[in-house]
Design a protein around this ligand. Structure first.
Ligand code: PMP
Length: 354
């Protein structure tokens, strides 16, 4: 090691899913939306005046914050925006998890959580899920330095009903509780109705899944004005201009087209429910997903083999070589046509007796 290397901050980075981009591939590996963003987003892009790019964007991202506040019927002081929910979550870890006591998040969950915890020197404990992959709420009723969990959870796809989320928040009023709702629009209960009741609750959302805008990088958080103020203080001591001029315009355009948003979600839910029937008939087992992906396993096939065989045919799903879930595949819900190709592959794979 060189002498200067001793002083370097060393981190083990998060590994994102592969991002190949070939025209005919079927990409079901990173929970993106198979449909384009709302038509208004395209119009906003066409109407965008590049002259304004010589100026810095509004550091407070006012137009986007106002659009989100109106959409969710909250005050603008209750909304924070960032560069995807990863940015919002990273800021939240840095801002809210500063206790000597360990924070809690599920053992099987979004694999970025331990990375941020390590990066910011936050100690953590990871309660195991039940054998059916459900979060055991009682595990979060112990002393801790903060709580975070996705609802629905990823990669398990299961969600907790609002009453159980509330119990977790209610039993943790001395710390900040973050509910990561990246997938909530696909049918789970949101914790947003609780934010006026609990000033320590932060709900984090993203435009990457239900709004088909993973490429634009927009995430946001809703919570009490005091939580949002603390988040903004950290953001402004890091980078004032996180949201570009273009991001603000396209984000607002997406919010304004609620009909398209709902229609797209309904299509994905329809495809997901059909996928459950088809895969069940083929002998796959999976938790009852309320998200835009399924977490599947098959008693006769090794997930890793299936993952590799699919990849050879340019069908990408996500495989995690992690204890307890290394015989599962996380499959994003694509269009009906993409899913048909996926089922067809599975049918022939089964016939070959692999
Ligand atoms: N939370 C969860 C649970 C996720 O699965 C993801 C997607 N990787 C994110 C947050 C981050 O999404 P984004 O940064 O695109 O908003």
């Amino acid at each position: 090691m060189r002498t200067w290397e001793a002083n370097i901050r060393k981190v083990t980075p998060y590994t994102p899913g592969e991002q190949p981009n070939r025209p005919k591939m079927i990409k079901l590996n990173t929970n993106e939306n198979p449909y384009p963003p709302a038509p208004g987003v395209r119009t906003a892009l066409k109407d965008f005046h590049t002259d304004c790019l010589r100026l810095y964007p509004d550091p407070a991202a006012t137009e986007l914050v106002e659009a989100l506040a109106a959409y969710h019927r909250v005050d603008t002081s209750q909304v924070f925006v960032g560069v995807g929910s990863d940015d919002v979550l990273a800021m939240s870890f840095m801002t809210f998890f500063n206790s000597k006591k360990p924070i809690l998040f599920p053992e099987i969950s979004y694999s970025f959580y331990p990375v941020w915890a390590e990066e910011f020197g936050i100690s953590y404990q990871t309660p195991a899920l039940a054998s059916d992959f459900q979060i055991v709420k009682e595990d979060y009723f112990v002393e801790n330095g903060g709580v975070i969990f996705p609802n629905p959870n990823a990669p398990t796809s299961l969600s907790l009903p609002l009453a159980e989320v509330e119990e977790i928040v209610q039993k943790n009023q001395d710390v900040v509780v973050i509910v990561d709702e990246a997938y909530v629009d696909f049918g789970a209960d949101s914790a947003l109705p609780l934010i006026d009741k609990y000033d320590n609750l932060l709900v984090v959302r993203t435009f990457s899944k239900s709004r088909s805008m993973a490429g634009m990088r927009i995430g946001y958080a809703i919570g009490s004005p005091i939580l949002i103020r603390y988040l903004n203080d950290v953001k402004y001591s890091f980078n004032s201009y996180t949201m570009s001029q273009l991001t603000l315009k396209l984000g607002v355009a997406s919010i304004q087209d609620d009909a398209y948003f709902r229609e797209t979600i309904e299509k994905i839910i329809g495809t997901r429910e059909h996928a459950k029937q088809v895969l069940k008939k083929m002998g796959f087992l999976f938790p009852d997903s309320k998200s835009n992906f399924l977490f599947i396993t098959h008693p006769e096939h090794r997930a890793k083999d299936l993952f590799e065989a699919l990849k050879e045919k340019d069908i990408y799903v996500r495989y995690f070589a992690l204890p307890k879930i290394d015989n599962y595949l996380r499959v994003t819900i694509g269009t009906d046509a993409q899913m048909e190709t996926f089922y067809e592959f599975l049918r022939t794979y089964k016939k070959k007796g692999k």
